[in-house]
Design a protein around this ligand. Structure first.
Ligand code: PEP
Ligand code: MG
Length: 846
């Protein structure tokens, strides 16, 4: 066999063929040859050779064809390094000419020979000679003289006869495929899929087995798993010669693969070939360490394998396939873990729109909380609650949400807002509740009074109209597309167990309610890293007492209002502790500005005046007085704790009493108390003194001892910088990267959505820093804070509890600087566990 050109290689078991020089398809075919599978003769052209061909430097075609040592027809297929990078379509039936047509007419019959020749003339005309595809529009491919018609049309358009020499035909095909790869649009397309600018294309030139003859003949594809679920199932499609080849190409009727009551199957028509294919596919799975789809032909009963490609798969199928390969000992568990993109788990954790479904997209916004849900439009939290009470699904539409909307969000199936970014209120709460959410959908016109949404194309959607929110893609859709349910099955659980064995940084959940805590437990979070207690005060019965407390003039009045809140808070914490069964629970003391609890509209103010028996004017004045120009930097967090200490006193007492109660009948609880928005050491000293005093009082009153841990939320730049003097008073620091990002950039987390996409598009920021931790700036503060904190207090537990805690890139950073855990929304816990495992495995591999 002639092998002078090292870039044109006949594929044998030992030939020098590599994915990096010849592409994935060529390498896969060599692997199939090594498995002794019946693969037709194939020659691989390297990236360098194809590059030369594109430049017009053609190899010796006759020598190339001679390597195949056969007189059958030939096909050429692309072989790029990564199959996802695409490439020109395969060209089949090269070598068809008048002489071959005459021969095949005799052996296979006129119809089969006509079909082969006419199709080749057509694809050669379009892809090689670059003639107008319309020229074949009016031709009847079943006509007896179709070949004459096609040849005449070619000659007319190309002004030369159709080439008869197979070497010339092959040369034309190779040149056109090589040039198609080097074209600008093809390059841009593959670069968008991650290919480097100079990615090469290999080509495989293969002898064709036609699947035409007198015994059982046909062609098809077969795989051993279901593409959507990953469950074992022999599936694919097969077209026997008797059904006609055109049907296969148009995707029309084909035989079932396995026995099927609906019609004839490959299993019944060709049981021997069917069994052989199953054995081949199983061998490929084992030896190529992957679920493969076989492309095959059956010719006179004999099976030929033309190609093998990785089975297409949904995220849930990918998990099951990887887990099963590891369980069968084909790949190690670490590899199974590495094969799953952590964010792809979102597809399993939430309902999603069926990928096959048609989408009527009305508008897009920021994908703030994944999953999809359908419901009738409602424009207020109260309507959402009413809708839930009627048992109807609804989508809550707001300009932006605030704490008053929480009940409505609980009742809604999805949330849509006009304003806000990835850490806006709607986004954070949506993720916590696992509620699909799109924010910042400013291309829609929100008519809150008229209760309408106007789409950019002019369509109007009114209250009660059905829309669907796709929080994974950031899309708002009209109507109700078909959905796929969440899939937390045994394969998912197995993968997660393996991830926990591999990872070396813990993952906790941010959970405010019992429902959140249950989700956190289900997703096996190692405790609660952040319980935002303020969310507990928005229940209707608590809100009034809360408002009384806010309006109290004297400390005693305040205390008496807080005494009413105490049992409710205590009950909240008992429930959380019980659900978490002894796992750590980090409770953040009250954080938001008080005016968030006050009404903003006239009706609300009137209700409040009534409840407090005060004149409306008094109430209005007091509410106005509590307003701030810049509340996020105003009287909130520890500043409230210092100026109105009774609030934190009540919360500390509720925590300690709940600790005693929950430890009585369950696992011992060691609560963690976290002080928000600290910027000075003295703040911690003052709060610590009072919390210690409450603890001592509760111990004395109850005669029961308990321990607790006190720590600081590091979310102002100054707290990070002064970490060394703050740490001696603390058991832990938790970096609140939402506020820390806001304050480091001087960027409002509630308003950044307006210009963030322009900033990212123009490369001002590489990414939204509220989404992916800014390792250079905010990260430097984390690193400084961690180092300085641990210098003063070596046992300090360190963590991140901002939204970044759930993003794989940010987890990598947290691991690098030695944090003990990350805490994120419950629904992001599995993603974080897998990402953490992959980082540890990568480090081990080196
Ligand atoms: C933070 O600021 O990072 C944080 C976790 O707290 P919140 O989002 O409640 O301000
Ligand atoms: Mg904060």
């Amino acid at each position: 066999m002639q092998q002078d050109n090292p870039d044109i290689t006949f594929i044998t078991a030992s030939a020098p063929v590599a994915t990096s020089s010849h592409g994935g398809r060529a390498k896969c075919l060599q692997r199939l040859v090594r498995l002794d599978l019946p693969v037709p003769k194939t020659v691989a052209l390297s990236f360098d050779e194809v590059h030369r061909i594109a430049a017009g430097d053609m190899p010796d075609m006759a020598a190339l064809i001679a390597q195949l040592q056969s007189d059958s027809l030939i096909c050429v297929r692309p072989s790029s390094e990564d199959p996802d990078w695409g490439g020109p379509g395969a060209i089949l039936n090269i070598g068809m000419n008048d002489a071959r047509h005459a021969e095949l007419s005799k052996s296979l019959g006129g119809e089969a020979a006509n079909a082969l020749y006419a199709r080749f003339i057509q694809s050669y005309s379009i892809h090689v000679a670059r003639l107008d595809p319309d020229m074949f529009d009016d031709m009847d491919m079943a006509a007896e003289d179709i070949c004459e018609q096609a040849l005449a049309a070619y000659e007319d358009e190309a002004e030369e006869p159709f080439p008869q020499d197979p070497a010339k035909q092959l040369g034309g095909v190779l040149r056109s495929m090589a040039r198609a790869w080097e074209g600008t649009s093809a390059r841009l397309l593959r670069q968008a899929k991650g290919a480097p600018a100079d990615a090469g294309l290999g080509l495989v030139v293969q002898e064709m087995v036609l699947g035409l003859g007198h015994g059982e003949c046909g062609s098809g594809v077969l795989q051993l798993v279901n593409t959507t679920t990953g469950m074992p199932q022999t599936t694919g499609r097969y077209l026997s010669q008797s059904q006609g080849r055109d049907a296969l190409e148009t995707g029309a009727a084909s035989l079932y693969i396995e026995k099927d009551p609906r019609g004839p199957s490959l299993e019944e028509e060709a049981p021997v070939a069917f069994e052989a294919l199953k054995v081949h596919a199983a061998l490929m799975r084992e030896r190529l360490r992957e679920e493969m789809q076989i492309e095959f032909t059956i010719e006179n009963g004999a099976v030929h394998i033309l190609d093998g490609v990785r089975v297409q798969r949904s995220a849930r199928a990918a998990v099951r396939i990887a887990v099963q390969l590891a369980k069968d000992g084909i790949i190690p568990r670490e590899e199974a873990l590495m094969r799953i993109e952590p964010r792809a788990l979102n597809e399993l954790l939430h309902r999603q729109i069926d990928p096959e479904a048609e989408r009527d997209v009305i508008a897009t916004g920021i994908a703030a909380s994944p999953g999809a849900a359908t419901g009738k439009i409602v424009f207020s939290a109260a309507e959402a609650q009413a809708s839930a009470a009627r048992g109807e699904n609804c989508v809550l539409v707001r300009r932006e949400t605030n704490p008053e909307d929480i009940r409505g969000m609980h009742a809604a199936n999805a949330v849509l807002t006009e304003r806000g970014g990835i850490t806006s209120h709607a986004a954070v709460i949506g993720r916590g509740l696992g509620l699909p959410c799109v924010v910042g959908a400013s291309s829609l016109r929100f008519q809150m009074r008229k209760k309408g949404l106007i789409a950019p194309d002019g369509r109007v959607f009114r209250e009660g109209d059905v829309i669907t929110i796709d929080g994974s893609e950031g899309q708002i859709l009209a109507g109700q597309p078909p959905m796929l349910e969440a899939a937390l099955d045994d394969a998912f659980q197995a993968l997660m167990d393996w991830a926990d064995d591999a990872r070396d940084i813990d993952v906790r959940a941010n959970a405010d309610t019992p429902a959140d805590a249950k989700t956190a437990r289900n997703f096996r979070a190692k405790g609660i890293g952040l319980c935002r207690t303020e969310h507990m005060f928005f229940d209707a019965d608590r809100l009034t007492v809360m408002r009384e407390m806010i309006f109290a003039d004297a400390s005693d009045d305040r205390r008496s209002a807080l005494e009413q809140l105490l049992p409710m808070q205590r009950a909240d914490f008992i429930e959380l502790f019980r659900i978490m069964e002894g796992q750590p629970v980090c409770i953040r003391l009250f954080d938001p500005p008080l005016h968030e609890f006050l009404p903003t509209d006239r009706a609300g103010l009137r209700d409040l005046a009534e409840a407090l028996s005060l004149p409306l004017s008094d109430v209005t004045r007091r509410v106005e007085a509590l307003g701030e120009y810049n509340p996020m930097l105003g009287m909130r967090g520890v500043r409230l704790g210092i100026t109105i200490p009774e609030i934190y006193d009540m919360q500390a007492r509720a925590i300690f009493e709940a600790t005693i109660e929950a430890s009585r009948d369950g696992d011992p609880v060691v609560p963690e108390i976290m002080i928000p928005l600290v910027s000075a050491k003295r703040e911690v000293e003052l709060v610590k003194t009072r919390v210690d005093a409450v603890a001592a009082a509760v111990r004395t009153e109850t005669g029961v001892d308990f321990t607790y841990r006190l720590g600081v939320m590091v979310e102002t730049p100054r707290a990070a910088l002064r970490a060394e003097e703050i740490a001696p008073h603390c058991h832990f620091f938790s970096f609140g990267t939402n506020d820390l990002t806001q304050m480091t950039y001087g960027l409002s987390r509630d308003d950044a959505g307006r210009f963030m996409s322009a900033y990212v598009q123009q490369g001002v920021y590489p990414e939204d820093p509220f989404h992916t931790l800014d390792a250079e700036g905010v990260g430097e503060l984390l690193k400084l804070g961690a180092e300085r904190g641990r210098r003063a207090q070596p046992d300090l537990t360190l963590s991140v509890c901002g939204e970044h805690g759930g993003s794989p890139e940010s987890i990598a950073f947290c691991r690098r600087i030695g944090l003990d855990y990350v805490s994120c929304s419950p629904f992001r816990v599995p993603v974080a566990r897998l990402a953490a495992a992959q980082l540890a495995i990568q480090d081990k591999i080196g």
